[in-house]
Design a protein around this ligand. Structure first.
Ligand code: SF4
Ligand code: SF4
Length: 419
């Protein structure tokens, strides 16, 4: 990575602490990713993105801001990227997947909270994430209680706009969500000084749909037996989708998929067990569970998570002549995401059953970040539905620490033997 220390200093990054973070990541990445055999050539681009994670992309954000552009951070797949793009701002899905940030997060939040929330708070409080430092505004949402209240703390550090996400899916909830989208458009217009027009919003919808389509293409390739690409690599690609330039990302991902199209012609099934992971998101660099699974005789072939299918399934319709038409299209697509913060959330169960057939999985791991109550409660329903279909399932609740890695490995091993 080049020398970005001046840039980090200008952004108010705590250099000393940040050096410690930068020292951990390459080793973790090397051990987890670069030891994989027979990786596709197309992964070189994604290796490069990780190597430059706090460098080149941060410089791009900086150049955009120097020209008067704005950067907006988000934490959940319900925040419509299209609005940010249409106002010529850059959206970054802020990763909060490292144990490194937990200690600082616990300075301002209770310890018994989901690690994702503690990590994002820690990244900001400790000033160790150059992405966070580059954000002119954060768009939060009222999904779970932890995040809803965390925005109040975060507001001391950075401007936050909160979208009020309905937690049911009745007609009036779609209307309410449309009105939230209208409000966020006004807020983003105010921040950027740019009007969101029918044309710019349509263009943004096309860009976001192209990203969804490329990710779907990658996931469809994983349906081959064996999958031509590891679950680890696919997880990384999904994680990078949240902050890379969308046009470049689509181009590079499609190049990789072209290569995989060739690969699948010569596949030989080696009898590896095929697993689905469902549950809570895995933010960069949370590769813990995939790494354990794929270190054994198994392959993760699909993630029904927000760093998986929930991020790209269902496109936004590009039809419509007015802003209100397009807002309705956005509301329809986004409110259809099946997150456990909804009640009821039977759509998620249907998705899990559908994907388990489509990807021909041998078993499902329901992955739960510790203290995420909505997903933990929903496990019973997931288990019941899968058992009815004779699909083995196990529940793993964990955080970002490595302390329980041995125990999880033993449990996954036993699960693989059983299926
Ligand atoms: S699990 Fe729910 S709250 Fe969390 S990122 Fe996904 S949609 Fe948002
Ligand atoms: S994983 Fe659960 S508790 Fe954590 S932020 Fe997402 S919905 Fe909230």
């Amino acid at each position: 990575m080049g020398d970005y220390r001046q840039l980090w200093t200008d952004l108010g990054v705590d250099l000393e602490k940040h050096d410690k973070l930068c020292a951990v990541l390459p080793e973790l990445y090397g051990d987890t990713y670069l030891t994989q055999e027979n990786r596709p050539e197309g992964m070189n681009y994604f290796n490069f993105v990780v190597a430059e994670v706090h460098g080149l992309r941060i410089q791009e954000l900086d150049e955009h801001r120097r020209k008067g552009g704005k950067v907006i951070g988000t934490f959940c797949v319900f925040v419509p990227d299209e609005v940010i793009l249409a106002a010529n701002a850059i959206g970054v899905g802020l990763c909060a997947g490292s144990q490194f940030w937990i200690e600082d997060g616990e300075k301002v939040l209770p310890r018994n909270m989901c690690p994702l929330i503690k990590a994002f708070m820690g990244a900001k409080v400790g000033g160790t994430c150059p992405y966070f430092q580059s954000c002119d505004m954060i768009i939060g949402e009222t999904t779970c209680d932890g995040k809803k209240k965390a925005w109040e703390v975060l507001e001391d550090y950075v401007p936050v706009h909160v979208m009020d996400l309905p937690q049911m899916k009745r007609a009036k909830d779609y209307t309410a969500w449309s009105s939230e989208i209208k409000d966020v458009i006004a807020k983003v217009e105010e921040l950027t000084g740019n009007k969101v027009t029918v044309d710019s919003l349509k263009e943004a919808i096309r860009t976001a749909n192209a990203k969804r389509r490329a990710l779907k293409r990658l996931y469809d390739l994983r349906k081959y037996k064996p999958s031509p690409i590891s679950g680890l690599d696919c997880l990384l690609i999904s994680q990078i989708a949240f902050y890379d330039d969308p046009h470049r990302f689509v181009e590079k991902l499609n190049e990789l998929c072209d290569e995989l199209d060739e690969r699948v012609k010569n596949l030989k099934d080696q009898g590896k067990k095929r697993l689905m992971i469902t549950g809570t998101p895995m933010a960069l660099p949370n590769w813990k569970l995939h790494s354990i699974i794929e270190g054994l005789n198994a392959q993760v072939v699909v993630e029904e998570t927000c760093t998986g299918t929930r991020y790209f399934e269902n496109e936004v319709s590009e039809e419509g002549e007015t802003i209100d038409d397009l807002i309705k299209n956005l509301a329809d697509r986004y409110l259809n995401i099946n997150c456990a913060c909804f009640t009821p959330n039977t759509g998620r169960i249907d998705d899990i059953i559908k994907y388990s057939k489509e990807y021909d999985v041998d078993g499902v791991i329901d992955f739960n970040l510790s203290f995420c109550h909505t997903y933990a409660v929903e496990h019973k329903a997931v288990e019941k539905a899968l058992k009815e279909k004779d699909i083995p399932v196990m529940h793993i609740e964990t955080d970002y620490s490595t302390e329980d890695a041995g125990q999880i490995k033993t449990r996954v091993e036993a699960f693989l033997e059983m299926i």
